[in-house]
Design a protein around this ligand. Structure first.
Ligand SMILES: O=C(O)CCC(=O)C(=O)O
Ligand SMILES: [Fe+2]
Length: 309
């Protein structure tokens, strides 16, 4: 679901991402996905075309009326928060291991998301402005040689695995449907053209927690981010974000614009693979997470942000 993110030990791993903005060339696409799934032929086609147009312009869209219910999403966010509440030592027992596996826990400071590929440059950037986040990656559960790092199910974490595997499956199904919309939008005869490339479920479910952070951190260091600028490496990313804000998308003019959270929507962005598949007619847009745009609570600290890619 998600470009290379660079782990603290110098390994490249996949990462992910999202938008909403008013910059020319970037879209304000809020698309009713139910019209693709259950509408008449005209609605299906119009919706598919809007989705494709969104990916060809901003590279980001918002979908509403997706089949994954609000209560499921709330439950998955709550379950994610429970995992991140574990003591660090417990989480480290499930530490992310290798890029091939791309599963498990990455503690704050370990992963630096960036477009840089020179490891010395990446290390310099990590020193100057580490990402202020922790993440937990889950892959398909039946991949030989790469077991998921399931946390011990006691206390608050009872049911974690079932919750995440069910959500993984729902996201996988939605992924296949969005790819079908792209195929229809492209005018391909076979709406299922992309199915065979995406239905194995080689996806990454990425739980993200951006801990509460002292506002001074951003004032002292103008380069400080919660997650560095990057493009995602895969076909598409489905991104669920809380209401905190901070996600930004790079416009064609090079300016970062806010991808403001919209309740009850899923942000979907195209990744590098889909850009390649489409001969770069679809855009894999650079995005990042910075301090929240609104300081609702006041005080010295920004509250945490949770998202799931
Ligand atoms: O947390 C977010 O909103 C963005 C996360 C992201 O872009 C990523 O993990 O690739
Ligand atoms: Fe991303």
């Amino acid at each position: 679901m998600e470009k290379a993110a660079v782990q603290g030990d110098g390994l490249l791993i996949p990462v992910c991402l999202t938008l909403y903005c008013h910059e020319p060339g970037l879209i304000n696409q809020l698309i009713d996905f139910d019209k693709f799934l259950h509408g008449d032929e005209d609605q299906k086609l119009a919706t598919a075309k809007a989705i494709l147009a969104g990916f060809q312009t901003a590279g980001f869209i918002y979908l509403k009326n997706i089949p994954i219910t609000a209560s499921t999403r709330a439950h998955v966010f709550n379950t994610s928060a429970k995992l991140f509440r574990l003591p660090t030592a417990d989480k480290m027992a499930y530490a992310w291991t290798t890029p091939e596996a791309n599963r498990g826990y990455s503690a704050p400071g370990r992963e630096k998301v960036t477009q840089l590929t020179d490891m010395a440059e990446v290390d310099k950037m990590r020193q100057a402005a580490p990402d202020i986040k922790e993440s937990f990656e889950i892959g398909r559960d039946d991949e030989p040689g790469h077991p998921n790092q399931w946390p011990h199910e006691a206390g608050e974490l009872v049911g974690f695995k079932r919750t995440m595997l069910d959500f993984f499956d729902e996201c996988k199904a939605l992924h296949v449907e969005v790819m079908r919309a792209i195929a229809v939008g492209m005018g391909l005869d076979d709406a299922g053209f992309f199915d065979r490339f995406v239905d194995v479920g080689d996806n990454t479910l990425r739980l993200l927690h951006y801990p509460a952070v002292d506002k001074k951190v951003f004032q002292i260091n103008p380069g400080q981010v919660r997650a560095g600028e990057h493009s995602d490496y895969g076909s598409i990313t489905l991104l669920f974000q809380d209401s905190r804000g901070g996600l930004q998308v790079k416009s064609p003019t090079g300016k970062f614009v806010d991808a403001t959270p919209i309740e009850d929507t899923c942000v979907v962005n195209a990744g590098d693979l889909l850009a390649r598949w489409s001969n770069d007619t679809i855009k894999s847009t650079i995005h990042r997470v910075v301090e929240p745009p609104h300081d609702e609570e006041g005080g010295d600290v920004y509250p945490p942000r949770y998202s799931i890619a």
